[in-house]
Design a protein around this ligand. Structure first.
Ligand code: 3HC
Length: 279
């Protein structure tokens, strides 16, 4: 299967890797050459780690990397059967991409978004064929996490959903059907928890290390909320919180000022080297 991936950031590069490891031919596109290079470096490092951890034979890693063809031209996606958009969480950017993609891909192609929180029906409305638009929400790190949320919009056709679910299974992941509401299932539950951790830190209730240690050892979570926010990307967490807050108007979704100031200051978590912790 030929799969297009738009955006070679943290999620896009992970998704491109997952698809290539499952045997798909991947066309990956980002806006600038530097982002393409950085994304491919990320894929290479993750594949090396998979080999190191015994998850993948070295020949499989090389074959997977060779299946990824990356560049900056969106038109290169013209013969993809499925395109997964994983650009930054900016609604205007995503709407613009869906509008353009609609005119680039063939009539049978599925257009999917990896958005964390933007309703799929809103992205579908930017296209002339909303029946082929769907949400496929992966989790970070994509090569490790077993879930993909599948989000049908109001106009998504049954055959689009069935093909998308089959695709998720072919990646070795589990699909859950999530409602087309901001945050879907996971982020609607996870984001308020992450924000509560940030508020606790901001009000001086506990240190970042203690908050994370408490949730790791007290609840058996693999990571505490601040480490997890750093892993997901603070810009992504803030964008998801804003979408949820706009949709439901509830204070628990309101992004805390500390989170907003950190994003404005370029402290984006792991990917920028600094967030609630230093990397
Ligand atoms: N490819 C394949 N497998 C890999 C791999 C790779 N590149 N790198 C690591 N692995 C495997 C390892 O082999 C190991 O598998 P095993 O348990 O079967 O031996 C497993 O992944 C864990 O790897 P490590 O031992 O290297 O790392 P840790 O044990 O420190 O775990 C972690 C790292 C998987 C990130 C773990 O801390 C974790 O699960 N954290 C929570 C992540 C999470 O909640 N993500 C969701 C974020 S929210 C999101 O993405 C939504 C967005 O919209 C905001």
């Amino acid at each position: 299967m030929r799969v297009g991936v738009i955006g070679l950031g943290l999620m896009g590069s992970g998704i491109a890797e997952v698809c290539a490891r499952a045997g798909c031919d991947v066309r990956a596109v980002d806006v600038v050459e530097d982002a393409v290079t950085a994304g491919l470096d990320r894929v290479r490092a993750s594949l090396a780690r998979a080999v190191e951890r015994g998850k993948l034979p070295s020949a499989g890693s090389e074959a997977a990397f060779a299946r990824i063809d990356a560049g900056t031209d969106l038109e290169a996606l013209c013969d993809c059967e499925l395109v997964i958009e994983a650009a930054s969480e900016d609604e205007a950017v995503k709407v613009g991409l869906f509008r353009r993609l609609d005119g680039i891909v063939g009539p049978d192609a599925i257009l999917a978004s990896n958005t964390s929180a933007i309703p799929i029906s809103r992205l579908a409305a930017a296209t002339a064929h909303p029946e082929r638009v769907i949400g496929l929400h992966f989790f970070n790190p994509a090569p490790v996490m077993g879930l993909v949320e599948v989000i049908a919009g109001l106009h998504t056709a049954t055959h689009t959903r069935e093909r998308a679910e089959g695709f998720v299974r072919s990646l070795g992941k589990t699909a859950v059907a999530a409602p087309d509401r901001a945050g879907f299932i996971v982020n609607a539950l996870l984001v308020p928890y992450l924000l509560a951790g940030i508020r606790m830190l901001d009000t001086g209730g506990a240190s970042a290390d203690d908050i994370d240690t408490a949730m790791r050892l007290g609840c058996g979570h693999p990571m505490g909320p601040l480490e997890l926010a750093d892993l997901a990307g603070l810009d992504t967490v803030a964008a998801a919180a804003k979408s949820l807050h706009r949709e439901f108007g509830e204070p628990l979704y309101s992004p805390p000022p500390l989170l907003l100031r950190m994003v404005e200051s370029g402290m984006l978590g792991r990917k920028s080297g600094r967030g609630f912790h230093t990397y």
